[in-house]
Design a protein around this ligand. Structure first.
Ligand code: ARG
Length: 336
């Protein structure tokens, strides 16, 4: 259905996200061109900005679960890199850089414990190097996958085998846009509407994208370098940095509702909105997802957003069991 402006009516779908508080976030080493360990980063501001993103998700109805941050892993806040969950199947990451290697097992353990939330089974460790949703963009049926800097083409095959989905490989060529999620954003994962910055891709991949997505929004270099493509969309709301001006206008003209998020301090680590957000895509016919169970933040220094109403069906025992086992996940608002 088209609206009066001639674009499809946009609809938000409730999402389930996994995020990690920036408690130990730091620019302690440099594994991408944005990271300057000698530069200044305001940690308190980073925490406030990240909390603002969590608030924005929760206030639009999405479920956010939290991974407990660990000291010595300053990039853990970039939770999108830890695992990919598609149709309830989980491929844990295998990081390209030794600095982040230890994060993979933490994500794998979280999914092992909480897979019941989304109809997931036991996950096998990854064989090939993959940085999860940093390089995997999930569409309605297929998955777009980046390679060139971090994730390897072997991992694309691994994900295809695990999910049974077609995985379309795209070559990244701009070192500043070293992950696919810095160069391309999924705006509507039911209609496969995307935005991307063509110059981030090799000639062959540009041709492929132009052929597959003739209605894509084309981002400028300015948009891309402002982390404008490192966005999260629920199908209607697009959580995007204010700096990506042109892209925001394009989104609004296409019927989306851009929501400004400022993550200036996290960008100093080379990550923005999408990098902080791992999406958990449940197995089809799983009821246990996208519901308002508010987890307790594991770190009290992080401001806790207002609790969110429970919308899960009360008799859903799988939730209740998990909630009791997981002390940092709390059932909130159930009595109101
Ligand atoms: N410092 C992190 C790294 O270089 C940034 C990760 C960005 N994450 C993303 N999903 N693009 O690995």
């Amino acid at each position: 259905m088209l609206n009066h402006a001639g674009h499809p009516v946009r609809r938000a779908k409730l999402r389930h996200y996994l995020m990690c508080p920036p408690t130990y976030f730091d620019v302690a080493y440099s594994i991408n061109p944005w990271m300057d360990p000698s530069g200044h980063m305001d940690h308190a501001l980073a925490v406030r900005q990240w909390s603002g993103l969590v608030d924005a998700y929760r206030s639009t109805g999405h479920r956010v679960d939290l991974l407990e941050p660990l000291p010595g892993l300053p990039d853990m806040v970039f939770a999108a890199n830890g695992a990919t969950v598609v149709d309830g199947r989980t491929l844990p990451a295998k990081f390209a850089n030794p600095e982040r290697e230890a994060e993979a097992a933490i994500h794998a353990a979280w999914h092992q414990r909480n897979g019941i939330l989304y109809g997931g089974g036991a996950a096998q460790p990854a064989v090939a190097v993959n940085e999860a949703e940093g390089d995997f963009a999930v569409l309605s049926r297929s998955i777009l996958a980046g390679y060139g800097f971090r994730t390897t083409p072997e991992a694309h095959r691994e994900l295809a085998t695990l999910t049974g989905r077609e995985v379309i490989s795209l070559e990244l060529v701009d070192p500043r846009l070293f992950h696919l999620d810095l160069a391309l954003a999924v705006l509507d994962d039911e209609r496969d509407h995307i935005a991307y910055y063509p110059d981030a891709f090799s000639k062959g991949s540009r041709r492929l994208l132009a052929g597959l997505f003739p209605d894509a929004l084309i981002a400028s270099e300015l948009d891309a370098y402002a982390f404008g493509l490192n966005t999260v969309s629920d199908g209607l709301h697009v959580f995007i940095p204010a700096g990506a001006r042109q892209l925001r206008e394009g989104l609004a003209a296409a019927g989306y509702w851009p929501i400004s998020v400022d993550l200036s301090e996290l960008i100093k680590g080379g990550g923005g909105v999408k990098c902080c957000t791992q999406e958990i895509r449940p197995a089809r016919n799983t009821r246990a997802t996208s519901v308002g169970l508010a987890p307790l933040l594991p770190d009290e220094r992080v401001e806790r957003p207002a609790p969110f109403r429970l919308r899960a069906s009360e008799e859903d025992s799988s939730f209740q069991r998990d909630v009791r086992e997981e002390h940092h996940i709390r059932r909130a608002g159930a009595s109101s």
